[in-house]
Design a protein around this ligand. Structure first.
Ligand SMILES: *Cc1c(COP(=O)(O)O)cnc(C)c1O
Length: 495
């Protein structure tokens, strides 16, 4: 299968090239030229499989140059090594009602859904480097506002042929998130704080990527700079797996019959997660609607309702920070999938660059609304939902999951839609202890890691081991630099 760019479909790339390059030189995103089909028999055959086997089946359909043996090895390393995921099902489903299912994507090493892709990406990337003849060590540079940095560190730690360096804004991440990063183990990892906010860290990383002299210097020492950004196809692909796997699992459990339609409701930021759900639908999984749930940063809600994407609006800092985004990069792939026209996508993206706004064609808007529903939820309703769901059945949601749950309930109330719905749960509630405790009515909160114990006591749930284990861990990384010094940090680390 060949890959093309959303902004120029005349050139063909192999999957390995697309994964190694990350972003196309024309600024577009890579996607497969065609979407492989899963027949009803294929889906049926997956009912009896483990998560790892399902992953091999789905990923193989997109990766011609990889053998099933290779993919099976990666799936085992990513999802089945003892201690990595704390549930043998990898992505367990918790049902609060016979038509309401929570797909828990946070049982991995960093307790957020980014692990699903970032546990797999290092193997896809290192194999792709080999397949494209690249012999240098890949140095992954990441600027993070929280979840991605830690998930990338865990994914790449001690993976042969890689180094990873994460830059985070000194005052822009939570105490738990910072602790998770500065205590990171592994022989190929580096973590550094940057004075400033996320934009400063991100600008610093972009400057390093565009510094040709530095790249040449590092190449001379055997290093190649790469990124683990969410626009890499190697991050979207592993996410398609859990949509397909969840369908097979619901059939296996008898919650649905093969062929029944289901909905997914996805807490959305960069549009990567929900895009993977759309791929699963296009492959043939009986998915009726994909509900795109936003917080107060509801640029996508407006877009799906009106066809107008307009980022010229106030930015809200919310209690679901991983969805505080005004430009959802992966939306570009959807625009290409629905129009099939690189010229049309180029036009929209040029307008977005120039004016921060574009309006899609009427035809495109109809296609979007055929597949996607949307809604948003502010902090107050998010908080209420956490309290309500916990008091009804003792199910504890994090803030992002609660946004999706609320949007699903709004949709049901407005339409009477009785389709079984899977709420995609993207983080452990223990990652956002303060907001969750507030939702449970606890005002007087403990500081530091003690807050984990407090939430455990109040909720009667145990904190996930990777978070509970932060307590006794030594800080390994204390460096703080100005953004102008970031290139020097890279230079000094890669000797
Ligand atoms: C990244 C993230 C999201 C948003 O996912 P996208 O793929 O960017 O839409 C939602 N919830 C959590 C907890 C996340 O870490």
């Amino acid at each position: 299968m060949q890959y093309i760019s959303t902004r120029d479909s005349s050139l063909r790339y192999s999957a390995a090239q697309a994964i190694v390059q990350g972003l196309s030189r024309d600024g577009g995103l890579f996607l497969p030229e065609t979407i492989p089909a899963l027949t009803a028999e294929d889906l049926q055959s997956m009912v009896g499989m483990t998560y790892q086997q399902r992953a091999v089946k789905v990923m193989k359909a997109y990766l011609d140059e990889f053998t099933e043996e290779e993919l099976a090895e990666y799936a085992a390393k990513a999802y089945a090594v003892p201690g990595k995921f704390d549930d043998a099902a990898v992505t367990p489903i918790h049902s609060t009602h016979h038509k309401t299912h929570f797909l828990e994507l946070w049982h991995g090493p960093t307790c957020a859904f980014k692990d699903m892709a970032l546990q797999m990406l290092p193997y896809l990337l290192t194999a792709s480097l080999r397949k494209t003849g690249e012999e240098k060590t890949a140095c992954i540079l990441v600027a993070t506002s929280g979840d991605t940095g830690k998930a990338a560190l865990e994914g790449f730690r001690d993976v042969d042929g890689t180094r990873i360096m994460v830059f985070y804004p000194k005052d822009g991440v939570s105490e738990i998130q910072q602790l998770q990063m500065v205590t990171q183990e592994g022989s190929n990892v580096d973590v550094c704080a940057v004075v400033g906010n996320f934009d400063d860290a991100q600008t610093g990383v972009k400057t390093i990527f565009s510094d040709e002299a530095l790249r040449a210097e590092l190449a001379g020492r055997g290093y190649f700079l790469s990124s683990a950004n969410s626009i890499n196809w190697g991050r979207v692909l592993p996410q398609i797996v859990y949509y397909v796997a969840t369908y097979a699992e619901l059939v296996k459990r008898g919650d649905i019959q093969m062929g029944d339609q289901i909905n997914f409701c996805v807490p959305t930021g960069n549009f990567g997660n929900i895009l993977a759900g759309y791929y699963a639908k296009r492959m043939g999984v009986p998915i009726d609607k994909l509900l795109c749930a936003s917080n107060a940063n509801n640029v996508l809600t407006d877009f799906i309702r009106t066809g107008i994407y307009d980022r010229n609006r106030p930015f809200h800092t919310t209690i679901s920070p991983s969805m505080d985004i005004l430009i959802s990069s992966n939306l570009e792939r959807l625009l290409y999938l629905l129009s099939g026209s690189d010229a049309e996508v180029r036009g929209y993206m040029e307008q977005l660059n120039k004016t921060g706004r574009y309006e899609v064609s009427k035809d495109m808007l109809e296609k979007i609304q055929d597949n996607f529903l949307c809604g948003f939820c502010d902090d107050e309703r998010t908080t209420n939902a956490i309290g309500k769901v916990f008091s009804h059945g003792k199910y504890l949601m994090d803030t992002h999951t609660a946004v999706a749950y609320t949007v699903m309930m709004d949709h049901r109330a407005a339409t009477g839609d009785a389709t079984p719905t899977v709420v995609v749960s993207t983080a452990s509630p223990f990652k956002f202890c303060d907001s969750v405790l507030t939702a449970l009515g606890v005002q007087d909160q403990r500081g530091g890691v003690e807050i984990l114990d407090q939430l455990a006591e109040v909720s009667g749930k145990a904190a996930p081991a990777p978070l509970a284990g932060l307590k006794g861990k030594a800080r390994r990384f204390n460096q703080v630099v100005e953004k102008q010094q970031m290139a020097d940090v890279v230079r000094e680390a890669l000797v």
